[in-house]
Design a binder for this molecule. Structure first.
Ligand SMILES: *Cc1c(COP(=O)(O)O)cnc(C)c1O
Length: 412
């Protein structure tokens, strides 16, 4: 055997340590950017995941709001296999039917608010596209400033990080994009002050209708309306990041439809594809300023991703399905209110099936839940997120509530 290969393989066996919980990867193979739980999942069905040793977990993370139809959804499996048998990828030098169909669906669902789509591969990329769109819009009008919210999350690339209002993510990387200004989320006076001072120079404002990663914090309708008015009066674009809260998660297809505020640009990803990597940047006529050569993506809008996203969107956007999301939300929040009444949690926030339980030390509870084979994810400094698949059944919600009651009882 070639000496290098031999060394490589013995090195490999050193870094894969088998533990009682499964296989733990050493730091040499995958960069340690995530604090991973010591488990490896091999299969799943609906809200359930099975690890490589056969243990079953209830999954209330859904790949962080991605698996909107649960694991191994027949809708997704069918769309994937059917499309794979036709054509997986062609360049955007040509048209493909799944891309056209998905674009038409997403625009039709916007109730006339949005006009054009650009497809990409992730939420961050949708935000990067939005940043370029806003910069181009601003450049022609001598408006350099991009405004973003404190406590927001828009992704980890250089551009998206520049408008992510959390020091812990920004600080390690030094200078980011220039001309980005931050305001406090839901602080109407602060927003008015900023527009009085800099309004003429503001190209766009970025915000999440519900801050997800920041702690499941809803934009107040009053703040949303003020934001919309100030943007309109000052010829600035309003960008809604619906990467987490969009695609049916709050009970309307777009979260702005629940909020009652019409943005100029919407960024989508996560639940859009139900598990395949796809993102979308949607814009109204005013904001749709890209021309030939301004932006691109090799994979963006490829037939496989669009075929699957189209099938997912077809299901998720049905009136009955969205009504179901609202009903299940009601059932779940009734149960959460009980936990509040019993003093087990301090409160809860959110809409639809993007809910957050307010507790001290959320990561401690996430760890304890993991030991009880319940997958949860924290958000902000005091919140545990619940992000079930949107097609979770009411029996499953009942069983989740029992697990939560048990979690907070056992551990108090
Ligand atoms: C997850 C998330 C992103 C980043 O999306 P990726 O697909 O991880 O690139 C951006 N904005 C919001 C609101 C998100 O929740």
């Amino acid at each position: 055997m070639n000496e290098n290969i031999k060394n490589a393989s013995s090195h490999q066996s050193e870094i894969v340590k088998t533990t009682t919980a499964g296989v733990e990867m050493g730091s040499a193979a995958v960069m340690p950017t995530y604090g991973r739980k010591n488990v490896s999942f091999a299969s799943g069905k609906g809200i359930w995941l099975k690890d490589i040793q056969g243990n079953t977990y209830m999954d209330m993370v859904s790949g962080v709001a991605v698996n909107c139809l649960g694991h191994a959804s027949p809708v997704i499996t069918k769309a994937l296999t059917q499309q794979a048998e036709q054509v997986i990828h062609v360049s955007n030098l040509y048209w493909n039917e799944p891309q056209k169909q998905l674009a038409e669906k997403l625009i039709a669902l916007s109730d006339g608010v949005l006009q054009d789509v650009f497809f990409c591969n992730s939420g961050t990329e949708a935000l990067e596209g939005a940043l370029k769109l806003c910069k181009k819009y601003g450049k022609s009008k001598d408006k350099p400033y991009l405004v973003y919210m404190n406590n927001s999350f828009h992704g980890r690339t250089n551009g998206a990080l520049s408008i992510t209002g959390q020091e812990k993510y920004q600080t390690p990387f030094g200078k980011l994009l220039p001309d980005c200004l931050t305001v406090d989320f839901n602080d109407s006076e602060g927003l008015k002050d900023l527009f009085v001072k800099e309004g003429a120079q503001i190209a766009a404002v970025f915000a999440e209708p519900i801050q997800g990663e920041g702690g499941v914090i809803e934009m107040s309708p009053e703040y949303g309306k003020l934001l919309k008015n100030l943007c309109e009066e000052n010829d600035a674009l309003l960008v809604f990041d619906e990467v987490q809260c969009g695609a049916g998660r709050v009970g309307t297809y777009y979260a702005y439809q629940t909020l009652g505020v019409q943005p100029d640009i919407v960024c989508m990803a996560k639940g859009l594809g139900g598990g395949v990597p796809i993102g979308a940047l949607l814009a109204n006529g005013k904001a749709s300023v890209f021309e030939k050569g301004d932006h691109g993506s090799t994979y963006g809008g490829n037939p496989l991703m669009c075929g699957v996203a189209s099938a997912v969107t077809e299901v998720v956007s049905q009136e009955d399905f969205l009504k179901g999301v609202a009903e299940k939300s009601q059932q779940l929040t009734l149960g959460l209110q009980k936990l509040v009444d019993q003093g087990k949690i301090q409160g809860f926030r959110g809409q639809g099936l993007l809910l957050g339980m307010v507790v001290d030390e959320p990561s401690k509870w996430v760890d304890l839940a993991f030991e009880q084979k319940l997958l949860l994810i924290s958000a902000g400094s005091d919140t545990i997120r619940l992000l079930p698949p949107l097609n979770i059944t009411s029996e499953e919600i009942q069983s989740l509530l029992e697990k939560l009651e048990n979690l907070f009882r056992v551990s108090q």
